[in-house]
Design a protein around this ligand. Structure first.
Ligand code: FAD
Length: 617
């Protein structure tokens, strides 16, 4: 089986042609980069991924993380890969080089991550979570905290976690009961239990800095009384040296469906009454701080869902080209006809194109969102900054939920393409499917994302942010009008965008009416159709860029000679693929989305009115 992780040609298309990454390289902050260095970075990430990380994918799954004698042990093969990951400085790609990062624009870091994370997501948590936790300190920490902790977290010498969940406080974080009491020396003593903590313990780094949500004694109930504390696994002395082990211990790990190599830990804090932490930010303002990490983790989770789908699609495509089974439909009655590769069968092609359409669309959405981050960094004015921040906030639940749901759906389709072999451990798709499933559950379930979209994000700036997003789509439609080849497609997207606006207005108003519960019963379907329309937008955008390129390559040719040229010229085939995929998505998927919009517009209230006992005995 080929060693496939990501589609380099498509990455380059989205990075340079669609998102125009080179414009970011002109900004002061990213001036050390150009196309050549960027390509080199992606190639290095690819090399590390293929040589060191991908071999840990199946082996790490088989061995899994273990809990032995009170200690967590990651799969043995992770140690070598982790060493190279840290030495290659991949642990904090976008962080300031002065703090131990590489200073990459996020769009470029996403391209590198497609290889690194795509090779084994369970492995990469250990290497990347230190940066994610460290960013909280960089933004909200005191100068002493930054000096003491940041560099080691960014360079992978130490790692991090995020500790929110407790048995009674999952989606409902405000119900947490871990407590904190202020000590005379300014530190806090914490007591409580956390569950489901990713990388809560491991034997890869010499220390772990845990951001922990807890309630200071006497603080208000709910999220308003929550504070955030930095709790080191091993206490860090004022001079930066390591002190005594802190009283925060892993008491066991979960046995899960997937991501076996990633340790999901139950943690006890203050079991011996000696768990010390430092306040991060202000008392009772912990959720505000933690939301910074949660939003980034939500985007990263959508990215992982997409990555699993992307790899599964590429494996399925490779298999479909090699597996011979059945005869060509044209020769179905001819028993002498040879078996053909299954990619020749219309039903297999349907599955492949469905997968390609979603994978390509998700890549564009994810890079578009990453480009918003970079545009915020490069913004010339506060208005500019606020514009991109708004779009980013609005898209966060879509990236998290749509990409994790569709990423999983792509894995399901990929398994179908493999037939019975897909269900075995001989091929990677069954593991990708298992590893992917968690992405729709953690970092706020997709149902919670939908409530966030309807309850908070649609109404951002009185709906102006949503209107800005629709306007971005209209801009693409205007550009598509210049191309005759797209004349049947752009009006269909135009209709879908107008309808999306009306449906958003309808569901938003219903959410503020006495029927608000019915509106929230349709929050997830709304999230889904919004994701679909965004996919259609991304495909029309791709096609708008592809048509002139295709004209340059095969312009003037028609019929078989055009087909022949496209078949023989990889670049022509790539751009033709953009046009065909956009045509498929807009003609074969978007009408289904329009039907789903009808259902939302009807806002049937059975979901709310059905009696609990009527669900069944
Ligand atoms: C492998 C793994 C790793 C994890 N890593 C971490 C980590 O590193 N740090 C951390 O803090 N947590 C972590 N978690 C916890 C994870 O974020 C939670 O499992 C998740 O937020 C859901 O909480 P829950 O499991 O208690 O489900 P519940 O909150 O009980 O939800 C059950 C169902 O009810 C729905 N639901 C709940 N409340 C509402 C509501 N108000 N409105 C509508 N629907 C609702 C949910 O959408 C879901 O479908 C991890 C979990 C797993 C499995």
């Amino acid at each position: 089986m080929a060693q496939i992780i990501a589609d380099r040609r498509d990455i380059e298309f989205v990075l340079y042609e669609q998102m125009q990454a080179e414009t970011f390289f002109k900004h002061e902050k990213f001036k050390g980069f150009n196309r050549k260095t960027a390509d080199l970075i992606i190639s290095e990430a690819r090399q590390l991924a293929i040589k060191e990380i991908l071999p840990t994918f199946a082996e790490g799954d088989r061995e899994g993380a273990r809990f032995e004698n009170g200690e967590v042990k990651v799969p043995e093969c992770y140690h070598r890969a982790f060493k190279y990951f840290v030495e290659g400085e991949w642990t904090a790609m976008t962080a300031d080089p002065e703090l131990g990062g590489q200073g990459l624009p996020l769009v470029l870091a996403e391209a590198a991550s497609e290889y690194l994370v795509g090779a084994n997501t369970a492995f990469c948590f250990y290497g990347l979570i230190g940066h994610a936790a460290g960013e909280l300190i960089e933004i909200f920490g005191t100068e002493d905290q930054k000096k003491l902790l940041l560099e080691k977290m960014y360079t992978g010498i130490w790692s991090g976690t995020m500790q929110l969940t407790e048995p009674q406080a999952g989606s409902d974080v405000g119900s947490l009961t871990t407590t904190a009491v202020k000590n005379p020396d300014g530190t806090y003593s914490l007591t409580g239990n956390k569950i489901f903590i990713t990388s809560g313990d491991q034997n890869l780094t010499e220390n772990i800095i845990h951001p922990v949500l807890a309630r200071i004694e006497g603080a208000p109930k709910g999220t308003k009384g929550i504070s955030l504390f930095l709790v080191p696994k091993i206490w860090v002395n004022d001079d930066g040296s390591l002190g005594e082990p802190n009283d925060i211990v892993c008491t066991g790990i979960e046995h899960k469906m997937g991501i076996h190599g990633s340790a999901t830990c139950s943690m006890t804090l203050g079991g011996k009454g000696r768990c010390r932490g430092l306040l991060l930010g202000e008392e009772n303002k912990g959720m505000r701080v933690m939301f910074h990490m949660m939003n980034n983790a939500r985007l990263a989770t959508g990215f992982i869902g997409f990555m699993c789908g992307s790899a599964a699609y590429l494996y399925a495509l490779d298999y479909a080209r090699q597996r011979h089974q059945g005869r060509d439909l044209e020769k179905i009655m001819d028993a002498e006809a040879p078996q053909v590769p299954i990619i020749r069968h219309p039903d297999v092609r349907r599955m492949l194109l469905w997968m390609k359409a979603h994978v390509d669309g998700m890549r564009s959405l994810i890079y578009f969102t990453a480009a918003c981050f970079d545009k915020i960094v490069c913004a010339q004015s506060d208005t500019d900054k606020a514009y991109h921040q708004g779009i980013l906030d609005l898209l966060t639940p879509i990236v998290k939920a749509y990409c994790s749901d569709r990423g999983f759906d792509v894995c399901v389709q990929a398994m179908q393409v493999f037939g019975g072999y897909g269900y075995t451990k001989d091929y990677p798709v069954e593991q990708l499917l298992r590893d992917c499933k968690i992405t729709s559950i953690y970092e706020g379930t997709n149902g919670i994302q939908a409530m966030d979209l309807l309850g908070r994000k649609l109404g951002l700036k009185k709906g102006a942010v949503f209107m800005n997003l629709l306007q971005e789509m209209q801009n693409t439609i205007e550009q598509a009008k210049a191309h005759d080849a797209l004349k049947d497609l752009h009006p269909k997207l135009g209709k879908a965008v107008t309808r999306l606006g009306k449906i958003a207005m309808h569901i938003g108003q219903t959410a503020m009416s006495p029927d608000f519960k019915t509106a929230f019963a349709f929050a997830q379907p709304f999230q889904d159709i919004m994701g679909d329309v965004i996919m259609a937008w991304m495909h029309l955008w791709r096609a708008t860029l592809a048509v002139p390129k295709l004209n340059d390559l095969v312009g003037g040719l028609t019929g078989p000679s055009r087909e022949k040229k496209i078949g023989k010229n990889k670049e022509a085939a790539f751009y033709d693929g953009q046009l065909q995929t956009a045509t498929y998505f807009i003609n074969a998927i978007l009408p289904v989305t329009m039907g789903k919009m009808d259902a939302i517009a009807a806002t049937d209230n059975s979901v709310v009115s059905i009696h609990e006992t009527s669900f069944g005995s």
